[in-house]
Ligand binder design. Structure first.
Ligand code: ADP
Length: 425
């Protein structure tokens, strides 16, 4: 029976990266890996900052990935190492509860989240001892989900090491999507370009402030329509509750919320809650200091972006005349909305998106959380070479730091394969 993700018998020496990883593993641990696990990065084509509001997004797996080599042993410990010396070794005991320090986003905590997720799902106690070396090619903190790929890869590693059936495991749990295939139109490719500014979501509060603003907007919109908001946390839930279309939700935002930022006092008064309730029920640990909240702009972005995702998918499904231009327009609108309403772009990303459009892209937008990281551009196939050349000359070459990073920062993103386990043939 086919397992999902697949287990592939591979000739390790036929793949330079696997062979190098095998050598590193053998030097470090004095034994050979038993298996390898692989999880790809992804680029979100459209649908930014709306997954946590309950709306669908449209990501595509890409070739850059996280790969781990693993051996299983009776040491009673999990030992983690990384081919990148920036990520230090770590060992944890299999007999103790794995503790994740949320305030300290070190690389091994992401890995341990994947381990712990599978441990809890299958009730594994104690976990099998294992030694791992991780090797990643996804630029971190750039919007290509390097940390999710690391968590996924660690989940796969843990399942395989503990002989849990892959066909039964729901790998989809790592992804917030009910997956439906979307066929992208022929004749266009997606190009990823990194603006070379990193933004680590776990180490900054930008991301959490937006999550909080959406949560407050949810309560305020429900309140405006006389709906009990106590159970509602996501903007999509208000839409469901009101049985409204996205267009109607956009009209409601204009009617019920003002564009001026809201103070804590105004929100507490409208919702009939105390300042203490506001802090404990609505704010997160790292947003306690916030005093003003742009509810109108954030809700407007979310509902309009959710509508753009649906339009994008329907253009892909029906392929009307000029579909590439239609998709490009949606990507451009998405970027403007991220920049102006959600304010999750930055100067460098805006500059890069402008350069991509001037260099011949049909559409271009920031992708991932924003505040740095990558842009994704849709480029017609015959223009790819001239596009890459123009972006190289305008964005990367004039700046020595960017020029040094160009090779990993500007690439055509062919759709990549899904997560897999490799076994030596
Ligand atoms: P992203 O959008 O790429 O997921 P995050 O800032 O959320 O960005 O996560 C980046 C973090 O993921 C890094 O700081 C590091 O802890 C971890 N990470 C990414 N790539 C690797 C890797 N190759 N090896 C170890 N850890 C990695």
């Amino acid at each position: 029976m086919a397992t999902n993700p697949p287990k592939l018998k591979t000739v390790i020496s036929g793949n330079e990266r696997l062979q190098n990883l095998k050598n590193t593993f053998e030097t470090k641990y004095g034994e050979s890996p038993l298996f390898y696990a692989y999880a790809p990065g992804r680029v979100n084509l459209i649908g930014e900052h709306i997954d946590y509001c309950g709306y669908s997004v449209l990501p595509m797996a890409i070739e850059p990935n996280i790969l781990a080599a693993v051996s299983v042993n009776s040491s009673g410990t999990i030992t983690l190492a990384n081919t990148n010396p920036q990520y230090k070794d770590f060992t944890v005991s299999c007999s103790e509860d794995i503790a994740i320090d949320r305030d300290n986003p070190k690389w091994f905590y992401y890995f341990l989240c994947g381990v712990k997720g599978i441990q809890e799902k299958f009730g594994i106690a104690p976990l099998a001892g294992m030694s791992c070396v991780v090797d990643g090619t996804i630029p971190p903190s750039s919007g290509l989900s390097s940390s999710s790929a690391l968590v996924c890869c660690a989940g796969l590693v843990t399942m395989e090491a503990n002989q849990k059936s892959l066909s039964k495991a729901k790998l989809i749990e790592f992804q917030p999507l009910r997956a439906t295939d979307v066929k992208l139109p022929d004749g266009a490719v997606f190009v990823i370009s990194n603006c070379c500014v990193e933004m680590n979501k776990a180490a900054s509060s930008h991301f959490n402030i937006r999550v909080v603003e959406c949560r407050i907007a949810t309560k305020m919109l429900a309140q405006a329509r006389g709906v009990d908001s106590s159970r509602l946390l996501k903007l999509a839930q208000v839409q469901t509750e009101l049985k409204a279309s996205l267009e109607e939700m956009l009209a409601l935002v204009d009617e019920a919320l003002h564009p001026e930022p809201y103070s804590r006092e105004e929100i507490c008064k409208t919702l009939g809650i105390t300042s203490e309730q506001f802090s404990t029920d609505l704010l997160s640990a790292n947003t306690q200091h916030e005093t003003h909240f742009k509810l109108h702009q954030r809700a407007k972005h979310v509902y309009s972006e959710a509508a753009r995702v649906l339009r994008f998918k329907s253009v892909c499904d029906s392929e009307p005349a000029g579909s590439i231009q239609l998709l490009g327009d949606l990507m451009n609108q998405s970027h403007s909305s991220c920049r102006d309403l959600y304010e999750c772009s930055c100067r460098e990303l805006d500059q890069l998106v402008d350069i991509c459009l001037k260099s011949g892209a049909v559409g271009s937008r920031l992708t991932g959380a924003g505040w740095g990281g990558c842009a994704v551009s849709m480029v017609s196939e015959e223009k790819v070479e001239s596009f890459l050349q123009a972006v190289r000359e305008s964005y990367y070459l004039p700046d020595p730091r960017r020029a040094a990073m160009e090779k990993q920062s500007l690439f055509v993103s062919k759709p990549g394969g899904g997560a897999a386990i490799f076994l030596q043939e």
